[in-house]
Design a protein around this ligand. Structure first.
Ligand code: FMN
Length: 444
Protein backbone atom coordinates (compact mmCIF):
# COMPACT_ATOMS: atom_id res chain seq x y z
CA UNK A 1 0.00 0.00 0.00
CA UNK A 2 1.39 3.33 -0.99
CA UNK A 3 0.32 5.44 1.98
CA UNK A 4 2.77 3.96 4.43
CA UNK A 5 6.51 4.40 4.77
CA UNK A 6 9.12 2.54 6.80
CA UNK A 7 9.18 -0.91 8.35
CA UNK A 8 10.57 -0.74 11.87
CA UNK A 9 9.25 2.75 12.39
CA UNK A 10 6.24 2.67 10.18
CA UNK A 11 3.95 5.55 9.34
CA UNK A 12 0.60 5.52 7.60
CA UNK A 13 -0.76 8.91 6.58
CA UNK A 14 -4.30 9.92 5.70
CA UNK A 15 -6.39 12.92 4.77
CA UNK A 16 -7.21 15.26 1.90
CA UNK A 17 -6.51 18.97 1.68
CA UNK A 18 -10.14 20.02 2.22
CA UNK A 19 -11.23 17.12 4.40
CA UNK A 20 -11.71 17.36 8.15
CA UNK A 21 -8.14 16.60 9.11
CA UNK A 22 -4.78 15.26 8.03
CA UNK A 23 -3.19 12.57 10.14
CA UNK A 24 -0.64 9.88 10.71
CA UNK A 25 -0.53 6.58 12.55
CA UNK A 26 2.94 5.60 13.77
CA UNK A 27 3.91 2.08 14.68
CA UNK A 28 7.16 0.82 16.15
CA UNK A 29 7.65 3.49 18.77
CA UNK A 30 9.19 2.02 21.91
CA UNK A 31 7.06 2.11 25.07
CA UNK A 32 7.96 4.38 27.96
CA UNK A 33 9.59 7.09 25.87
CA UNK A 34 8.98 10.74 26.67
CA UNK A 35 6.58 11.97 24.02
CA UNK A 36 7.64 15.45 23.00
CA UNK A 37 4.45 16.98 21.61
CA UNK A 38 5.99 20.45 21.74
CA UNK A 39 8.84 19.40 19.43
CA UNK A 40 6.28 18.05 16.96
CA UNK A 41 4.25 21.26 17.13
CA UNK A 42 7.41 23.29 16.60
CA UNK A 43 8.16 21.45 13.36
CA UNK A 44 4.55 21.85 12.20
CA UNK A 45 4.79 25.57 12.87
CA UNK A 46 7.81 25.70 10.55
CA UNK A 47 5.85 24.00 7.76
CA UNK A 48 2.50 25.71 8.10
CA UNK A 49 1.33 28.20 5.49
CA UNK A 50 0.49 31.85 6.04
CA UNK A 51 3.84 32.86 7.50
CA UNK A 52 4.95 35.41 4.91
CA UNK A 53 3.97 36.86 1.51
CA UNK A 54 6.35 34.29 0.03
CA UNK A 55 4.12 31.35 0.87
CA UNK A 56 0.46 30.37 0.65
CA UNK A 57 -1.77 32.62 2.82
CA UNK A 58 -4.02 29.71 3.95
CA UNK A 59 -4.31 30.57 7.66
CA UNK A 60 -4.13 27.04 9.10
CA UNK A 61 -2.82 26.89 12.65
CA UNK A 62 -1.96 23.20 12.27
CA UNK A 63 -2.45 22.35 15.94
CA UNK A 64 -1.61 18.69 16.40
CA UNK A 65 -3.85 16.43 18.51
CA UNK A 66 -2.90 13.05 19.93
CA UNK A 67 -5.61 10.42 19.54
CA UNK A 68 -3.80 7.35 20.83
CA UNK A 69 -0.59 5.71 21.95
CA UNK A 70 0.43 8.25 24.58
CA UNK A 71 -0.36 8.19 28.29
CA UNK A 72 0.73 10.79 30.84
CA UNK A 73 3.35 12.11 28.44
CA UNK A 74 4.89 8.68 27.72
CA UNK A 75 4.56 6.42 24.72
CA UNK A 76 2.62 3.21 25.33
CA UNK A 77 4.26 1.12 22.61
CA UNK A 78 0.87 1.02 20.86
CA UNK A 79 0.10 2.84 17.59
CA UNK A 80 0.32 6.59 18.00
CA UNK A 81 -2.29 8.47 16.03
CA UNK A 82 -1.84 12.18 15.45
CA UNK A 83 -4.36 14.38 13.69
CA UNK A 84 -4.03 17.91 12.44
CA UNK A 85 -7.54 19.30 11.92
CA UNK A 86 -8.10 21.50 8.88
CA UNK A 87 -10.05 24.61 9.82
CA UNK A 88 -9.74 26.90 6.84
CA UNK A 89 -10.94 25.04 3.79
CA UNK A 90 -11.89 27.57 1.14
CA UNK A 91 -13.81 25.21 -1.09
CA UNK A 92 -15.42 28.03 -3.12
CA UNK A 93 -12.05 28.92 -4.66
CA UNK A 94 -11.88 25.44 -6.12
CA UNK A 95 -15.38 25.30 -7.65
CA UNK A 96 -13.95 26.42 -11.01
CA UNK A 97 -11.58 23.47 -10.87
CA UNK A 98 -14.30 20.85 -10.49
CA UNK A 99 -14.08 20.02 -14.19
CA UNK A 100 -10.87 21.67 -15.32
CA UNK A 101 -7.35 20.30 -14.92
CA UNK A 102 -4.70 22.60 -13.48
CA UNK A 103 -1.60 22.47 -15.69
CA UNK A 104 1.30 20.98 -13.74
CA UNK A 105 -0.95 19.61 -11.00
CA UNK A 106 -1.91 15.99 -10.45
CA UNK A 107 -5.64 16.17 -11.33
CA UNK A 108 -5.45 14.70 -14.86
CA UNK A 109 -3.31 11.70 -13.83
CA UNK A 110 -5.41 11.12 -10.69
CA UNK A 111 -8.64 10.98 -12.65
CA UNK A 112 -7.09 8.62 -15.22
CA UNK A 113 -5.98 6.33 -12.40
CA UNK A 114 -8.90 6.31 -9.96
CA UNK A 115 -11.79 7.53 -12.12
CA UNK A 116 -12.68 9.88 -9.25
CA UNK A 117 -10.89 12.75 -7.54
CA UNK A 118 -11.30 15.29 -4.79
CA UNK A 119 -10.53 18.41 -6.80
CA UNK A 120 -10.65 20.68 -3.73
CA UNK A 121 -7.10 21.88 -3.05
CA UNK A 122 -5.68 18.88 -4.88
CA UNK A 123 -7.19 16.42 -2.41
CA UNK A 124 -4.51 14.01 -1.33
CA UNK A 125 -2.13 15.49 -3.92
CA UNK A 126 -1.92 18.73 -2.01
CA UNK A 127 1.20 20.02 -0.29
CA UNK A 128 -0.96 19.80 2.84
CA UNK A 129 -0.39 16.03 2.87
CA UNK A 130 3.15 16.70 4.07
CA UNK A 131 1.91 18.07 7.41
CA UNK A 132 1.65 14.55 8.79
CA UNK A 133 5.06 13.62 7.37
CA UNK A 134 6.53 16.50 9.33
CA UNK A 135 4.73 15.34 12.50
CA UNK A 136 6.15 11.81 12.19
CA UNK A 137 9.52 13.13 11.08
CA UNK A 138 9.71 15.27 14.23
CA UNK A 139 9.55 12.13 16.35
CA UNK A 140 12.26 10.47 14.24
CA UNK A 141 14.33 13.64 14.42
CA UNK A 142 14.08 13.61 18.22
CA UNK A 143 15.30 10.01 18.35
CA UNK A 144 18.17 10.76 15.99
CA UNK A 145 19.15 13.82 18.02
CA UNK A 146 19.60 11.54 21.04
CA UNK A 147 22.35 9.86 18.96
CA UNK A 148 23.79 13.26 18.03
CA UNK A 149 22.48 13.04 14.45
CA UNK A 150 21.35 16.46 13.20
CA UNK A 151 19.47 17.19 10.02
CA UNK A 152 19.30 20.63 8.45
CA UNK A 153 17.77 21.66 5.17
CA UNK A 154 17.81 25.04 3.50
CA UNK A 155 17.06 26.82 0.26
CA UNK A 156 20.23 26.80 -1.80
CA UNK A 157 19.03 28.43 -4.98
CA UNK A 158 16.04 30.29 -6.42
CA UNK A 159 15.79 31.71 -9.93
CA UNK A 160 19.56 31.63 -10.44
CA UNK A 161 20.37 33.25 -7.08
CA UNK A 162 22.58 30.91 -5.09
CA UNK A 163 23.43 30.94 -1.40
CA UNK A 164 27.20 31.47 -1.44
CA UNK A 165 27.70 30.92 2.25
CA UNK A 166 26.01 28.47 4.57
CA UNK A 167 25.31 29.87 8.00
CA UNK A 168 22.87 27.51 9.72
CA UNK A 169 21.90 30.22 12.23
CA UNK A 170 20.61 32.36 9.37
CA UNK A 171 18.16 29.78 7.98
CA UNK A 172 15.17 30.45 10.23
CA UNK A 173 15.79 34.20 10.22
CA UNK A 174 14.50 34.81 6.70
CA UNK A 175 11.28 33.66 5.03
CA UNK A 176 13.13 31.82 2.25
CA UNK A 177 15.03 29.63 4.73
CA UNK A 178 18.24 30.57 2.98
CA UNK A 179 21.52 30.26 4.94
CA UNK A 180 22.98 33.34 3.22
CA UNK A 181 21.34 36.58 4.34
CA UNK A 182 22.34 38.58 1.26
CA UNK A 183 21.24 35.87 -1.17
CA UNK A 184 17.95 35.58 0.75
CA UNK A 185 17.15 39.24 0.09
CA UNK A 186 17.75 38.78 -3.64
CA UNK A 187 15.72 35.55 -3.69
CA UNK A 188 12.85 37.33 -1.98
CA UNK A 189 12.81 40.01 -4.67
CA UNK A 190 12.74 37.33 -7.39
CA UNK A 191 9.90 35.40 -5.78
CA UNK A 192 7.83 38.55 -5.29
CA UNK A 193 8.52 39.55 -8.87
CA UNK A 194 7.22 36.23 -10.24
CA UNK A 195 4.24 36.45 -7.89
CA UNK A 196 3.45 39.94 -9.18
CA UNK A 197 3.45 38.50 -12.69
CA UNK A 198 0.86 35.93 -11.62
CA UNK A 199 3.58 33.33 -11.92
CA UNK A 200 5.67 31.09 -9.66
CA UNK A 201 9.28 29.96 -9.47
CA UNK A 202 11.22 26.83 -8.53
CA UNK A 203 14.52 26.32 -6.79
CA UNK A 204 16.96 23.97 -5.11
CA UNK A 205 16.75 22.77 -1.52
CA UNK A 206 19.77 21.16 0.09
CA UNK A 207 19.76 18.78 3.04
CA UNK A 208 22.70 18.01 5.30
CA UNK A 209 22.76 15.26 7.91
CA UNK A 210 25.61 15.53 10.37
CA UNK A 211 27.11 12.96 12.78
CA UNK A 212 25.56 10.05 10.93
CA UNK A 213 27.51 6.98 12.06
CA UNK A 214 29.15 4.85 9.39
CA UNK A 215 27.34 1.64 8.54
CA UNK A 216 23.77 2.79 7.93
CA UNK A 217 22.07 1.52 4.77
CA UNK A 218 21.38 -2.02 3.58
CA UNK A 219 22.54 -3.02 0.11
CA UNK A 220 21.42 -3.99 -2.34
CA UNK A 221 17.81 -2.78 -2.47
CA UNK A 222 17.78 -0.70 0.69
CA UNK A 223 20.83 1.37 -0.08
CA UNK A 224 20.84 4.55 1.93
CA UNK A 225 21.09 6.75 -1.16
CA UNK A 226 18.27 4.81 -2.83
CA UNK A 227 16.03 5.27 0.20
CA UNK A 228 16.90 8.96 0.45
CA UNK A 229 16.03 9.45 -3.22
CA UNK A 230 12.76 7.57 -2.71
CA UNK A 231 11.83 9.62 0.33
CA UNK A 232 12.66 12.95 -1.26
CA UNK A 233 11.04 12.14 -4.59
CA UNK A 234 7.86 11.33 -2.66
CA UNK A 235 7.50 15.02 -1.87
CA UNK A 236 5.17 16.80 -4.29
CA UNK A 237 6.91 19.18 -6.71
CA UNK A 238 10.33 17.49 -6.33
CA UNK A 239 11.65 16.66 -9.79
CA UNK A 240 15.22 15.49 -9.11
CA UNK A 241 17.47 14.31 -6.30
CA UNK A 242 21.24 14.53 -6.14
CA UNK A 243 23.49 12.92 -3.55
CA UNK A 244 26.92 14.44 -3.02
CA UNK A 245 28.29 15.71 -6.31
CA UNK A 246 25.20 14.29 -8.04
CA UNK A 247 24.94 15.10 -11.74
CA UNK A 248 28.25 16.96 -11.55
CA UNK A 249 29.96 13.57 -11.12
CA UNK A 250 29.25 12.87 -14.77
CA UNK A 251 31.61 15.67 -15.75
CA UNK A 252 34.56 14.80 -13.49
CA UNK A 253 37.54 12.50 -13.98
CA UNK A 254 37.93 9.76 -11.36
CA UNK A 255 41.07 11.35 -9.97
CA UNK A 256 39.04 14.41 -9.06
CA UNK A 257 35.83 12.73 -7.99
CA UNK A 258 37.31 10.00 -5.77
CA UNK A 259 37.32 11.00 -2.14
CA UNK A 260 40.92 10.26 -1.23
CA UNK A 261 41.79 9.29 2.32
CA UNK A 262 44.60 9.94 4.74
CA UNK A 263 44.92 8.82 8.34
CA UNK A 264 42.45 11.53 9.44
CA UNK A 265 39.75 10.21 7.11
CA UNK A 266 38.25 11.40 3.82
CA UNK A 267 39.84 14.47 2.27
CA UNK A 268 36.75 15.42 0.22
CA UNK A 269 33.09 14.38 0.19
CA UNK A 270 31.95 14.01 -3.39
CA UNK A 271 30.20 10.82 -2.33
CA UNK A 272 27.84 12.84 -0.13
CA UNK A 273 28.57 10.58 2.84
CA UNK A 274 27.45 7.35 1.17
CA UNK A 275 29.51 4.63 -0.54
CA UNK A 276 28.03 1.36 -1.72
CA UNK A 277 24.70 2.47 -0.28
CA UNK A 278 26.24 2.64 3.22
CA UNK A 279 26.99 5.76 5.25
CA UNK A 280 30.70 6.51 5.60
CA UNK A 281 30.45 8.75 8.66
CA UNK A 282 30.90 11.87 6.53
CA UNK A 283 28.10 14.42 6.24
CA UNK A 284 25.24 13.17 4.12
CA UNK A 285 24.41 15.76 1.49
CA UNK A 286 21.43 15.71 -0.83
CA UNK A 287 19.89 18.32 -3.09
CA UNK A 288 16.44 18.42 -4.59
CA UNK A 289 15.11 20.30 -7.58
CA UNK A 290 11.77 21.86 -6.66
CA UNK A 291 9.57 22.76 -9.59
CA UNK A 292 7.66 26.07 -9.76
CA UNK A 293 4.26 25.89 -8.12
CA UNK A 294 1.76 24.65 -10.70
CA UNK A 295 -1.14 26.87 -9.60
CA UNK A 296 -0.58 30.30 -11.10
CA UNK A 297 -2.77 33.25 -11.98
CA UNK A 298 -1.23 33.64 -15.41
CA UNK A 299 -3.65 32.31 -17.97
CA UNK A 300 -2.75 28.92 -19.43
CA UNK A 301 -4.19 26.38 -21.81
CA UNK A 302 -5.71 23.18 -20.50
CA UNK A 303 -8.63 20.80 -21.00
CA UNK A 304 -11.62 19.84 -18.88
CA UNK A 305 -12.82 16.37 -17.87
CA UNK A 306 -14.78 16.17 -21.15
CA UNK A 307 -11.66 16.84 -23.22
CA UNK A 308 -12.76 20.35 -24.20
CA UNK A 309 -10.05 22.96 -24.53
CA UNK A 310 -10.18 25.62 -21.85
CA UNK A 311 -8.14 28.52 -20.56
CA UNK A 312 -7.40 28.70 -16.89
CA UNK A 313 -6.20 31.30 -14.40
CA UNK A 314 -5.87 30.04 -10.85
CA UNK A 315 -6.55 32.28 -7.94
CA UNK A 316 -6.93 30.74 -4.47
CA UNK A 317 -4.09 30.49 -1.93
CA UNK A 318 -0.85 29.22 -3.38
CA UNK A 319 2.85 29.25 -2.60
CA UNK A 320 4.62 31.41 -5.19
CA UNK A 321 7.73 29.33 -4.43
CA UNK A 322 7.52 26.01 -2.63
CA UNK A 323 11.18 25.85 -1.49
CA UNK A 324 10.84 27.42 1.97
CA UNK A 325 7.91 25.15 2.79
CA UNK A 326 9.67 22.06 1.53
CA UNK A 327 12.63 22.63 3.87
CA UNK A 328 10.98 21.12 7.00
CA UNK A 329 9.37 18.41 4.87
CA UNK A 330 12.72 17.34 3.39
CA UNK A 331 14.25 17.26 6.88
CA UNK A 332 11.37 15.06 8.06
CA UNK A 333 11.79 12.63 5.17
CA UNK A 334 15.54 12.31 5.71
CA UNK A 335 14.87 11.79 9.43
CA UNK A 336 12.43 8.96 8.64
CA UNK A 337 14.99 7.27 6.37
CA UNK A 338 17.90 7.64 8.77
CA UNK A 339 15.89 6.52 11.79
CA UNK A 340 14.71 3.46 9.93
CA UNK A 341 18.28 2.68 8.81
CA UNK A 342 19.52 3.20 12.37
CA UNK A 343 16.93 0.76 13.75
CA UNK A 344 17.90 -1.79 11.09
CA UNK A 345 21.58 -1.39 11.95
CA UNK A 346 20.87 -1.78 15.67
CA UNK A 347 19.04 -4.97 14.88
CA UNK A 348 21.99 -6.25 12.85
CA UNK A 349 24.44 -5.47 15.66
CA UNK A 350 22.13 -7.12 18.18
CA UNK A 351 21.97 -10.21 15.97
CA UNK A 352 25.74 -10.22 15.90
CA UNK A 353 25.83 -9.85 19.68
CA UNK A 354 23.39 -12.68 20.09
CA UNK A 355 25.34 -14.89 17.71
CA UNK A 356 28.51 -14.22 19.67
CA UNK A 357 26.72 -15.00 22.93
CA UNK A 358 25.31 -18.23 21.54
CA UNK A 359 28.72 -19.23 20.26
CA UNK A 360 30.23 -18.64 23.69
CA UNK A 361 27.53 -20.82 25.26
CA UNK A 362 28.24 -23.58 22.76
CA UNK A 363 31.97 -23.32 23.55
CA UNK A 364 31.25 -23.74 27.26
CA UNK A 365 29.05 -26.77 26.68
CA UNK A 366 31.57 -28.37 24.32
CA UNK A 367 34.36 -27.83 26.85
CA UNK A 368 32.25 -29.53 29.52
CA UNK A 369 31.55 -32.38 27.09
CA UNK A 370 35.26 -32.83 26.40
CA UNK A 371 36.03 -32.85 30.13
CA UNK A 372 33.39 -35.55 30.60
CA UNK A 373 34.81 -37.53 27.67
CA UNK A 374 38.26 -37.34 29.31
CA UNK A 375 36.82 -38.70 32.58
CA UNK A 376 34.98 -41.39 30.64
CA UNK A 377 38.19 -42.40 28.85
CA UNK A 378 39.98 -42.77 32.20
CA UNK A 379 37.23 -45.06 33.46
CA UNK A 380 37.38 -47.07 30.20
CA UNK A 381 41.07 -47.59 30.78
CA UNK A 382 40.41 -48.88 34.32
CA UNK A 383 37.71 -51.21 32.96
CA UNK A 384 40.12 -52.53 30.28
CA UNK A 385 42.71 -53.30 32.97
CA UNK A 386 40.07 -54.97 35.14
CA UNK A 387 38.82 -57.18 32.26
CA UNK A 388 42.29 -58.20 31.16
CA UNK A 389 43.30 -59.21 34.70
CA UNK A 390 40.22 -61.42 34.92
CA UNK A 391 40.27 -62.72 31.34
CA UNK A 392 36.89 -61.12 30.50
CA UNK A 393 36.20 -60.31 26.84
CA UNK A 394 36.60 -56.61 26.09
CA UNK A 395 33.55 -56.55 23.81
CA UNK A 396 30.15 -57.40 25.26
CA UNK A 397 27.74 -56.86 22.35
CA UNK A 398 24.59 -57.61 24.34
CA UNK A 399 25.51 -55.01 26.94
CA UNK A 400 26.36 -52.49 24.24
CA UNK A 401 22.87 -52.87 22.70
CA UNK A 402 21.28 -52.49 26.13
CA UNK A 403 23.39 -49.42 26.84
CA UNK A 404 22.43 -47.73 23.58
CA UNK A 405 18.73 -48.53 24.15
CA UNK A 406 18.86 -47.03 27.64
CA UNK A 407 20.55 -43.89 26.33
CA UNK A 408 17.95 -43.60 23.57
CA UNK A 409 15.26 -43.67 26.31
CA UNK A 410 17.07 -40.97 28.31
CA UNK A 411 17.41 -38.89 25.15
CA UNK A 412 13.77 -39.37 24.31
CA UNK A 413 12.71 -37.93 27.68
CA UNK A 414 14.70 -34.81 26.74
CA UNK A 415 13.33 -34.63 23.22
CA UNK A 416 16.53 -35.81 21.52
CA UNK A 417 16.25 -37.78 18.33
CA UNK A 418 17.11 -41.53 18.70
CA UNK A 419 19.32 -41.38 15.62
CA UNK A 420 21.45 -38.64 17.16
CA UNK A 421 21.94 -40.65 20.38
CA UNK A 422 22.79 -43.78 18.41
CA UNK A 423 25.39 -41.95 16.32
CA UNK A 424 27.00 -40.35 19.37
CA UNK A 425 27.17 -43.58 21.38
CA UNK A 426 28.32 -45.71 18.46
CA UNK A 427 31.41 -43.51 18.40
CA UNK A 428 31.77 -43.36 22.18
CA UNK A 429 31.50 -47.14 22.60
CA UNK A 430 33.92 -47.79 19.73
CA UNK A 431 36.48 -45.45 21.25
CA UNK A 432 35.84 -46.99 24.66
CA UNK A 433 36.61 -50.47 23.26
CA UNK A 434 39.81 -49.23 21.69
CA UNK A 435 40.91 -47.71 24.98
CA UNK A 436 40.06 -50.90 26.88
CA UNK A 437 42.10 -52.96 24.44
CA UNK A 438 45.15 -50.75 24.80
CA UNK A 439 47.50 -51.46 27.68
CA UNK A 440 48.39 -48.53 29.85
CA UNK A 441 51.79 -47.25 28.71
CA UNK A 442 54.41 -47.52 31.47
CA UNK A 443 54.72 -43.75 31.63
CA UNK A 444 50.98 -43.27 32.05
C1 FMN B 1 4.82 21.92 1.01
C2 FMN B 1 4.21 21.97 -0.34
C3 FMN B 1 3.41 23.03 -0.73
C4 FMN B 1 2.83 23.09 -1.99
N1 FMN B 1 2.04 24.15 -2.33
C5 FMN B 1 1.42 24.16 -3.52
C6 FMN B 1 0.53 25.22 -3.88
O1 FMN B 1 0.31 26.14 -3.11
N2 FMN B 1 -0.08 25.17 -5.08
C7 FMN B 1 0.15 24.16 -5.98
O2 FMN B 1 -0.41 24.18 -7.04
N3 FMN B 1 1.00 23.17 -5.69
C8 FMN B 1 1.63 23.12 -4.49
N4 FMN B 1 2.47 22.09 -4.18
C9 FMN B 1 2.84 21.14 -5.24
C10 FMN B 1 1.83 20.10 -5.55
O3 FMN B 1 1.42 19.42 -4.41
C11 FMN B 1 2.41 19.14 -6.59
O4 FMN B 1 3.00 19.82 -7.62
C12 FMN B 1 1.31 18.24 -7.15
O5 FMN B 1 0.87 17.34 -6.17
C13 FMN B 1 1.79 17.43 -8.35
O6 FMN B 1 2.83 16.55 -7.99
P1 FMN B 1 4.25 16.60 -8.70
O7 FMN B 1 4.58 18.05 -8.84
O8 FMN B 1 5.18 15.91 -7.74
O9 FMN B 1 4.11 15.92 -10.02
C14 FMN B 1 3.07 22.02 -2.91
C15 FMN B 1 3.86 20.96 -2.53
C16 FMN B 1 4.43 20.91 -1.27
C17 FMN B 1 5.29 19.76 -0.88
Amino acid sequence: MSNSFGERFKILTFGESHGKAMGVIMEGVRPGMDFDLEAIQKELDRRRPGQSPLVSPRPEKDRVEVLSGVFEGKTLGTPICLVIPSKHQDTKAYEDLREVFRPGHAGYAVLKKYGIRDYRGGGRFSGRETVSWVAAGALAKGELAKEGILITAFTREIDGVTAQRVDFKEIEKNPLRCPDREAAKEMEKRVLFHKSQGDSIGGIVEIVARNVPPGLGDPVFKKLDAEIAWALMSIGAVKAVEIGSGFQAAYMPGSEHNDQMDRHGFKTNHAGGILGGISTGEEIRARIAVKPTPSIEKEQETIDVFGRERRISIRGRHDPCICPRIVPVAEAMIALVLYEALLRQRNLLEEKDNLERFREEIDTIDRQLIELVATRNEISQEIGQYKRERGIDIRDQKREIEMIDRRIQWGKSLGIDAKQIRQIFDIILRVSREIQQKRKSPSA
